[in-house]
Every structure is written in structure tokens, then in C-alpha cells.
Design a protein around this ligand. Structure first.
Ligand code: KIV
Length: 272
């Protein structure tokens, strides 16, 4: 079925909860800049996450740890300027919400007020509940993030699947229920077993958004550069590549270099 973007209403957190109740899957992608966000928005994506994966994808870091609140504000402003339909959610970067619930609340407020985001996302369960409560009681919609939480990479020691032991799986279920009770409107489940994601999806009334969490989540999210095949090295099993932009861009640039060197660009029709 084709999407008719011009007739789509602005996506709200309420609408996402209604989509879960109606069994309508939620399509989410990351976005970090205006030109890409405009394409993804008009193509019909429901949620655009200004992810702290900006640290890996745009800034070239190995982890998301170096990303700052100022970076997230800058990238969110670019996305918000062009998006007409999708809900824009911004990741709270490492150390912007861990020190105290009050500091988390203040920083989340900056993402809403200065960047124009529609909601914030933060990683973790029990340890962030007070911050989530403070935000949601004061008008800031919060998306949770459980399972593989990349900001804890130095504690985990690897990017392998989480929730594979019964203890860890039970903790993820408990955390999801607690996040919902604290007011979260949705929960990202990253790299956990399919059956565990299905259970979390069943026990919560807010949507689960999976990335490497199987088909039973209420929605799916991918990093847009991964699903477009921009990287030659990063090819995790959970990513479906919908295009091979690395090849497309490489050959386009090679052709441009050839044309410039051969003095065939610009031609008369490209000159004044
Ligand atoms: O930062 C990010 O891109 C994310 C998604 C992978 C969910 O948190």
C-alpha cells in the first residue's frame, strides 16, 4: 500500500499507543540532519529518533559516549526544522541524565525547549525511574530503552545480545513494566531474544520498538545509514539493507572525478 504523506496527521505519543492497541506496526528510523529527515518524513516514517548513534555514524567515534547535550540539540534543531509528520524523539546522551533526576529533568527540558523535540529517550530501567517520573509528571514524554544499551558498553564489554540468561530476561520484563508505570510512552528493545521481546510486548500497554528484537514488537527502528547500506564494515544480522548507497555513492563520485579530470564537467548546459 502506498503512503500519502500529505494527508498524514502529525504523529503524537497518544497515536503510537493507539497504534499498538489497533495492532498497527510503528515504523521508526534515526535521523541526524535536515535533508535526510525530510526524505524519511515524507516517505511515511512515524518516529524519527535523533539518536546518540550520531556519535558513531556522523562523528566517527567507536561509541556513543563522547556525544554531548549540545550535539543533540544541534542535530535535533536541524531535524525539527523540516519534519512535518513524524514524532521527533531525541536521545539523552551519556551523563546528561545519570547524575540526578533534577539534572536529567533540566536537560530533557532543554531538548524540548531549545531543540524543539517532541520527546526524549533514555537508557536503563530501575536506575532511571525517578527521572522518568519527574519528566512525565511535568509534560516531557519519555521513551525507554532496554536490552543492549550502548551507553553501558564499557560495563557490558561487548555489543552481544542481552537478556539471554533467565535473570537478565526477568530484569528486562520488570524494567519494562516499571518504565510504563513511571509514565514512559514507548520502550525500545535492543538486541534481545525474540521470545523475550514478545513477552515484554504482551505485558506492556505502551508500544515496544525493536532493533534486533524480532518481529513481535509493536514497531521497528533501524539506524538509517545501516538500512541504506552506507557502510561496508557494519553488517549486523538484524539490519536489512534496503539499498546499497555505499556502492551508488562511490561510483557517482568516481564518475564525477573522471568528468572533472577529463574536462567534461561542467558542459555548456551546466554553464552560464
Ligand atoms: O542511538 C540510536 O540510534 C538508538 C537506536 C539504535 C534505537 O538508540
Amino acid at each position: 500500500m502506498s503512503v500519502t504523506p500529505t494527508t498524514r496527521k502529525r504523529v503524537t505519543t497518544r497515536r503510537l499507543i493507539d497504534m499498538k492497541a489497533a495492532g498497527k506496526a510503528i515504523a521508526c528510523l534515526t535521523a541526524y540532519d535536515a535533508i535526510t529527515a525530510g526524505i524519511l518524513d515524507s516517505a511515511g516514517v512515524d518516529v524519527l529518533l535523533v539518536g546518540d548513534s550520531v556519535g558513531n555514524v556522523i562523528q566517527g567515534h567507536d561509541t556513543t559516549i563522547p556525544v554531548t547535550l549540545e550535539h543533540m540539540i544541534y542535530h535535533t534543531q536541524a531535524v525539527v526544522r523540516v519534519v512535518e509528520h513524524a514524532l521527533v524523539v531525541t536521545d539523552m546522551p551519556f551523563m546528561s541524565y545519570q547524575v540526578s533526576p533534577q539534572e536529567a529533568f533540566r536537560n530533557a527540558g532543554r531538548l524540548m525547549k531549545e531543540a524543539g523535540s517532541g520527546a526524549v529517550k533514555l537508557e536503563g530501567g530501575q536506575r532511571v525511574l525517578e527521572a522518568v517520573r519527574l519528566m512525565t509528571e511535568n509534560g516531557i514524554p519519555v521513551m525507554g530503552h532496554l536490552g543492549l544499551t550502548p551507553q553501558s558498553i564499557h560495563q557490558f564489554g561487548s555489543y552481544k545480545e542481552r537478556g539471554a540468561t533467565p535473570e537478565e530476561a526477568e530484569q528486562i520484563v520488570r524494567d519494562a513494566i516499571a518504565l510504563e508505570q513511571a509514565g514512559a510512552f514507548a520502550i525500545v528493545l535492543e538486541k534481545i531474544p525474540t521470545a523475550l521481546a514478545a513477552e515484554v510486548t504482551k505485558v506492556t500497554t505502551v508500544p515496544t520498538i525493536g532493533i534486533g528484537a524480532g518481529p513481535h514488537c509493536d514497531g521497528q527502528i533501524l539506524v538509517w545509514t545501516d538500512m541504506m547500506g552506507m557502510s561496508t564494515e557494519f553488517r549486523p544480522r538484524f539490519v536489512r539493507r534496503y539499498a546499497e548507497l555505499h556502492e551508488v555513492m562511490t561510483s557517482a563520485v568516481q564518475q564525477y572525478v573522471t568528468d572533472v579530470r577529463g574536462n567534461t564537467f561542467p558542459g555548456p548546459e551546466e554553464s552560464y
